[in-house]
Design a binder for this molecule. Structure first.
Ligand code: COA
Length: 236
């Protein structure tokens, strides 16, 4: 279709068909992830000017929550290849370092979501992962699904809820998300406790909803919407 040659494009001179087509092109770009978030634009510009990719990095009293770097691979591999700890995440259990490396590079290069490394603020020790992937995009923003897993020696210190809250704050305030969902098997009690501590609202209980370890198991689904986040984050 040829559009009238007037720059900048004057929408008032378009026919209805041309206008609809332009709007559809915009929605398609959003759907296909061709539209950059303000975060991505900032990262791209900074990288171009300084030659250094920017790192998203947050600190709490106890933790650093930041983008992954190559030297995190050993810690991540220890985490992802631990069969017992990965019991509920057996679909991403890895065997070799190469497999973990592929997982890391895929997760980090995925523009649809954010994958954070959790480290001890004092010692720098690797603790685990928290992040989300985009499940859909609409004109108001993105919907993402969150996941988390940490090394067994750090369980029970409240590290995951602490890191998940920082991650949600980033998703809603900086990364264009309007809703974050998450979920777990009903027999994953530690995970349920994390969801509760973070402030996730339980939305559904799927009965015998997903195959796991030889059985069809119940699943719990949770969500937080962007407009709920200020109240939830102020309470915790
Ligand atoms: C689920 C998980 C991320 C929780 O992280 P965490 O940082 O230990 O979370 P918390 O410290 O807030 O602990 C949550 C609760 O689970 C309990 N808990 C933690 N680890 C536990 C374990 N290995 N066995 C039994 N209970 C455990 C804690 O005591 C705590 O209970 P409380 O709130 O009554 O004190 C962590 O157990 C994990 O990585 N598990 C393996 C991977 C996994 O299942 N990920 C979630 C997939 S949906």
């Amino acid at each position: 279709m040829n559009l009238p040659q007037r720059k900048p494009l004057d929408y008032s001179v378009l026919t209805q068909e041309q206008f609809d087509n332009e709007m559809n092109k915009g929605f398609n770009d959003l759907r296909e992830g061709k539209v950059l978030t303000s975060k991505q634009v900032r990262q791209n510009m900074t990288a171009r000017w300084t030659g250094e990719p920017t790192m998203v990095k947050y600190e709490t009293d106890r933790l650093i929550i930041r983008d992954y770097i190559d030297s995190d691979l050993d810690g991540l591999h220890r985490l992802m290849s631990d069969k017992k700890n990965m019991y509920f995440l057996d679909d991403i259990l890895t065997d070799t370092v190469e497999e973990t490396k592929v997982h890391l590079h895929t997760a980090v290069s995925n523009s649809d979501g954010h994958y954070f490394c959790i480290c001890d603020r004092q010692t720098g020790e690797y603790i685990g992962s928290v992040g989300y992937t985009t499940t859909s995009t609409n004109p108001l923003g993105k919907i993402g699904h969150m996941g988390f897993f940490i090394l067994p020696e750090f369980h029970g210190n409240g590290y995951t809820p602490e890191a998940a809250k920082i991650t949600l704050d980033f998703a809603f305030k900086e990364d264009g998300y309007v809703r974050i969902t998450t979920g777990c098997f009903k027999d994953n009690l530690p995970s349920q406790k994390v969801m509760k501590k973070v402030g996730f609202r339980k939305e559904a209980e799927g009965i015998k909803a997903q195959y796991h370890d030889g059985a069809m198991k119940d699943r719990l689904e949770y969500a937080i919407n962007k407009d709920e986040w200020p109240d939830i984050s102020n309470k915790s």
